[in-house]
Design a binder for this molecule. Structure first.
Ligand SMILES: CC(C)(COP(=O)(O)OP(=O)(O)OC[C@H]1O[C@@H](n2cnc3c(N)ncnc32)[C@H](O)[C@@H]1OP(=O)(O)O)[C@@H](O)C(=O)NCCC(=O)NCCS
Length: 396
């Protein structure tokens, strides 16, 4: 029987969710779980694969804005809930789902797609490039403190469930120094803080500047162990930490690492160039436990994306994107060009470089781009590079 790809009807969403969960090695949601997740599913641009009346595959995307180098935001489709039943894989079904989703988003003027991959091997062939990495780490509190640059004044306050969203969301909205930051839909905010009820071990601490305005927060949980002779009887996990200024970020780390009884903290997601590394007293107090491919980005409208970010005034480079177009980038702008290319790549290559973190040096070295000489690569890197590095910090 042939497989049909089509937009998912609202009354088919639960079948699509069942299929996706099975593909992702989970069970179909029970009624209670579905009630919780339905609101998210109803916001999705959703395409599914059907064999007769059976849903055999799904892919979805929800709308966010992504901060790009220079601070502008571009309309983005955050791709999610992707999977094909194990009984139907390797027949081209997923490729057809991805094509349908991209085509639909392009028709609506969406500029880029972004996703968090279950496996790093899947998405390059669909034009996605690795645009931003992230770390997980552990920190030894005694060795890390006192930290350099942590004295910013102001106060710390534990916020209760009642005020939580009103306080943290404006901080998050202003903490956009890094490309790759996304706006969060309502359901994602609810999911991030669903366990901060005032009756669990999860806490949110807010930093207030001396004028009383909130300018940073950390979401964390702590655990006490009965092994009082061990090194690990006070441990915790930092789920996220956002600040409007790097010095406030450091002050929040210092606060967390000097909570009485806390010996060691795990960090769920950390920027590769986090201020933590240079600020701790002992560099080796931070042990990186994993470096991973956080942001897979696919430019859907390459010209619009290139025009949305800023470019250095000092020099330019001509980049040819196979089958899409050629642009001169730099000298303050992105312009269509017919000049000889300094760098040649495909849409996955330009997508990887777009946020200013993946270098052309890496892309040429790995055969994902080509350049006539080393000088062209160096110039391309100086035109594209952005500091601080890209980091999203929102998992979906
Ligand atoms: C990943 C998945 C969706 C692919 O579905 P599928 O219908 O088998 O994919 P297709 O048959 O359309 O394959 C498309 C291409 O991707 C390749 N591919 C698919 N899954 C792959 C994987 N896990 N690793 C490497 N390559 C993969 C295929 O070989 C094919 O390549 P080609 O076009 O160059 O020949 C499916 O295996 C799945 O549901 N996996 C578990 C859930 C999951 O990981 N979902 C993704 C969440 S981010």
């Amino acid at each position: 029987m042939s497989v049909e790809i089509r937009r998912t009807d609202p009354d088919e969403l639960r079948a699509a969710a069942n299929t996706t969960r099975i593909a992702l090695l989970d069970g179909p949601p029970d009624d209670e779980t579905w009630t919780k997740h339905e609101v998210r599913w109803r916001t999705l641009r959703s395409f599914s694969a059907w064999e007769g009346r059976a849903c055999v595959g799904h892919i979805g995307g929800f709308a966010v804005d992504t901060t790009v180098p220079g601070g502008a935001v571009v309309p983005t489709m955050a791709v999610t809930s992707a999977g094909v039943l194990p009984t139907h894989v390797r027949r081209g079904t997923f490729r057809r789902l991805v094509d349908a989703l991209h085509h639909d988003a392009v028709a609506d003027g969406v500029v880029m797609a972004s996703l968090r991959a279950s496996e790093a091997m899947i998405y390059g062939r669909f034009g996605y490039g690795l645009a931003g990495e992230a770390l997980t780490a552990t920190v030894d509190a005694a060795r890390a403190t006192p930290m350099h640059g942590a004295a910013v004044g102001g106060t710390f306050e534990l916020v209760g469930a009642a005020d939580l969203h009103d306080v943290v969301r404006p901080i998050y909205a202003r903490a956009t120094a890094r490309p790759g930051h996304i706006t969060r839909p309502e359901w994602l905010w609810q999911r991030y803080f669903e366990n901060v009820t005032g009756h669990t071990v999860e806490n949110v601490v807010v930093h207030r500047a001396e004028d009383g305005s909130p300018d940073g927060y950390a979401h964390y949980e702590l655990k006490w162990s009965d092994d009082i002779f061990g090194d690990d009887h006070g441990t915790g996990t930092v789920h996220e930490l956002w600040a409007t200024d790097a010095s406030v970020e450091v002050a929040l780390w210092q606060f967390l690492l000097t909570i009485p009884l806390v010996k060691r903290l795990s960090i769920d997601e950390l920027a590769v160039d986090s201020a933590l590394f240079q600020s701790v007293r002992d560099y080796r107090s931070v042990r990186v436990t994993m470096k991973w491919d956080e942001q897979w980005v696919r430019l859907l409208d390459v010209g619009a994306a290139l025009s949305a970010r800023t470019w250095t005034d000092a020099g330019s480079v001509v980049v040819d994107v196979d089958g899409v177009g050629r642009w001169q980038l730099g000298d303050g702008a992105a312009r269509a060009s017919s000049a000889t290319a300094d760098i040649s790549t495909d849409v996955a290559g330009i997508s990887a470089a777009y946020l200013g973190s993946t270098s052309w040096w890496e892309l040429v070295a790995s055969g994902r781009a080509s350049a006539p000489d080393h000088a062209a690569i160096t110039r391309a890197d100086s035109v594209f590079a952005h500091r601080p590095l890209a980091f999203c910090g929102s998992f979906f």
